[in-house]
Design a protein around this ligand. Structure first.
Ligand code: PHE
Length: 346
């Protein structure tokens, strides 16, 4: 029977034609061509009427099995095309994790911030807490309550930026002592306060109109000058090296009595004398002293019960000694050639 052969041929032909199909639209089209109403199977079936009962049955079965086979063939091809599409997509999205990464330029912690952080870590480890105060201060807190009434000659020690007669840019972090004492109302205190201060100084290698101090204040029963020396010696050794020594020279600050200027032994010459320490073997790093009784009283403390010490560390001074920087202006010009040197510093 010719029709039977024709049906076999349909399969062979479909197989052949599908070889070139690579997208789902064309596949759909082909499927419609082969299995649709005008397709070869439908055409063969149209000739059935002339056949015997026996032949009809045979042809019917045959056409059904060819249809099933065709459908399987198209389904298989569809799956193959879909797999190919997915594989292509995956290949295009593959990341080679062994390729070197893109280097994103990073900054570094500014040497002054780094120094402040180290000071904070050090004093926190000794039981201090960190206090803060405003950079715009009142004359009362910055001077009067620190035993510096208006017209006091010692006000000339700090040439101050005034906003109006009562408000100023703080010239020292000592007003944070005042604020803390007024808040604590006679209770013991152990704080440091790092922060920016301002003075009407002409900028040069060792002066800046804006710089950073780290104030310290410890008040309690039986706090002595020896405790002050211990707190500062520890700082000198931890910040600048275990071999460092400190010495206290008598000095004057209106808010402390006795007052002292604190020097640290020169790290370059080891104390023998060189041009960095101007042949003295010592470098001045801070002012300190026992809190003046007048200050204690003005801030609500009874000097017969509680006394203590205060110090004001020059943060730039410490950073300059630590990193061997010879011009304070380097900290404030933000020259990347300078700042990049601190990327590796730990
Ligand atoms: N505030 C002082 C200054 O700026 C430093 C200092 C602080 C001295 C605390 C004694 C006690 O010069």
């Amino acid at each position: 029977m010719d029709q039977m052969k024709e049906l076999d041929n349909v399969l062979v032909q479909a197989d052949e034609e599908l070889k070139d199909v690579s997208d789902l639209n064309s596949l759909q089209q082909k499927k419609a061509n082969f299995l649709g109403k005008k397709g070869p199977i439908a055409q063969v079936m149209a000739t059935m009427r002339e056949l015997s009962q026996e032949a009809k049955k045979e042809l019917g079965q045959k056409s059904n099995s060819v249809k099933v086979a065709l459908e399987e063939l198209f389904e298989k091809k569809k799956k193959a095309i879909e797999d190919a599409i997915i594989n292509k997509k995956l290949a295009s999205e593959t990341i080679d994790v062994t390729l070197p990464g893109v280097n994103v330029p990073t900054g570094s912690i500014h040497p002054l911030n780094r120094t402040i952080q180290e000071l904070e870590d050090l004093y926190i480890s000794m039981g201090y807490t960190v206090a803060e105060g405003p950079e715009i201060e009142t004359d009362e807190y910055c001077f009067e309550k620190l035993n510096l009434p208006k017209g006091h000659p010692a006000r000339d020690m700090q040439d101050t930026f005034y906003i109006n007669p009562e408000l100023l840019l703080r010239s020292q972090t000592s007003p944070v002592q005042v604020r803390t004492m007024l808040e604590k109302k006679g209770e013991p205190i152990k704080i440091i306060c790092p922060g920016k201060v301002y003075r009407r100084d002409a900028d040069d290698a060792t002066h800046s109109h804006q710089f950073i101090q780290c104030e310290g204040l410890v008040l309690g029963k039986n706090v002595t000058l020896a405790d002050l020396k211990g707190a500062l010696l520890e700082m000198a050794k931890k910040m600048l090296g275990e071999e460092r020594e400190i010495r206290l020279r008598p000095s004057f600050f209106p808010f402390t009595e006795p007052s002292t200027e604190v020097d640290v032994s020169c790290g370059l010459c080891g104390g023998k004398g060189c041009n960095v320490c101007k042949n003295t073997g010592w470098i001045e790093v801070l002012g300190a002293g026992m809190v003046n009784n007048n200050v204690l009283k003005m801030c609500g403390y009874n000097p017969d019960e509680i006394q203590g010490f205060a110090f004001g560390i020059g943060v730039e001074r410490i950073a300059m000694l630590k990193y061997r920087i010879d011009d304070i202006r380097n900290f404030y010009t933000n020259d990347l050639r300078f700042l990049n040197q601190f990327k590796e510093v730990k």
